[in-house]
Design a protein around this ligand. Structure first.
Ligand code: CP
Ligand code: NVA
Length: 308
């Protein structure tokens, strides 16, 4: 049995198997051909943080695969009143077939997985957002940007930046990360990504200059400056991220056919300008829809690994 906790736990071949499944199932879904790959299966979805895309895409996704999703807010679970995580894991995983969790600490996700009898999927932690990056890679493929691209991540060295590092490191493409000083990626994540990059030939470049990062690249991406759980730092962050907005002047430095990706929600006038987001709306909202398709690929792949 396999869990889906970080991209770094998988080989390039395994991630591409999931993407291939996603592409196949997306095509079937578009034809209204809902093949019941996960018939009668139940997905428990535990949320300790807010969500629009993750909740809707997992719940609709499991339903279209022939199963059912169970939305479990930590406010309503006994977990929120102090029931230990390991007990919650043992109980829930004795009744459902797969679990998706959105939480704060990666170590909590790992603990849940340790006690779970069924596959566990990371629906975002403070450290990583791997289902989003599978989606982003699917979107890059669809828009013709997956063959040796140069990608630039501009902004906070957060969960999205970390998952971009792993994606580039495993797939073997160039990623330039530009963060404000003091908001760099976690050193242990960078070290692990550099280790993975040795095998794939990926080029990972770190700096503090958005212009240098974006110049001549094929894919530009960013994320909110204030992640969930950082609301108290909002004022400070807005000041310190000044100059890191992806606006038309910055996009003009990328290749003329460069795409812009954003996991959403987007905060216009902060990490991205209104103009850039609207100009690239087709890609960005295809990316959002692709959460549905990419996650089906992941769930069907995990199901196929049971008992191995
Ligand atoms: N991108 C993403 O994970 O969105 P939600 O927070 O709405 O789930
Ligand atoms: N970095 C953001 C991503 C939201 C999808 C957060 O963690 O809030």
């Amino acid at each position: 049995m396999r869990h889906f906790l970080t991209l770094a736990d998988f080989s390039k071949e395994e991630l591409l198997e999931m993407i291939d499944l996603a592409i196949k199932i997306k095509k079937q879904t578009k034809e209204r051909n809902f093949v019941p790959y996960l018939e009668k299966q139940t997905l428990g979805m535990i949320f300790e943080k807010s969500s629009t895309r993750t909740r809707v895409s997992f719940e609709v996704g499991i339903y279209q695969l022939g199963g059912v999703g169970l939305f479990l807010s930590s406010n309503d679970l006994q977990l929120g009143r102090g029931e230990p995580l390991k007990d919650t894991a043992r109980v829930i995983s004795s009744m459902v077939d797969m679990v998706m969790i959105r939480t704060y600490k990666q170590s909590d996700l790992e603990e849940f997985a340790k006690y779970s009898k069924v596959p566990v999927i990371n629906g975002l932690t403070d450290s990583y957002h791997p289902v989003q990056l599978m989606t982003d890679y699917l979107t890059m493929i669809e828009f013709g940007k997956a063959q040796n691209p140069i990608a630039a991540y501009v902004g906070d060295g957060n969960n999205m930046a970390h998952s971009w590092l792993y994606l580039a490191a495993i797939m073997g493409f160039e990623l330039r990360v530009a963060t404000p000083k003091g908001y760099e990626c976690d050193a242990a994540v960078v070290a692990r990504a550099l280790e993975l990059a040795k095998k794939s030939g990926a080029k990972l470049i770190f700096g503090n200059d958005p212009k240098e990062a974006v110049r001549g690249c094929d894919v530009v991406t960013t994320d909110t400056w204030v992640s969930m759980g950082q609301e108290d730092e909002k004022e400070k962050r807005i000041k310190e991220f000044s100059g890191f907005m992806v606006d038309s002047d910055l996009m003009a430095l990328a290749k003329s056919d460069a795409i812009f990706l954003h996991c959403l929600p987007a905060y216009r006038g902060y990490e991205v300008s209104e103009e850039v987001l609207e100009q690239h709306a087709e890609v960005v909202f295809t990316e959002a829809e692709n959460r549905l398709h990419a996650q089906k690929g992941i769930m069907v792949w995990l199901d196929s690994k049971r008992g191995e």
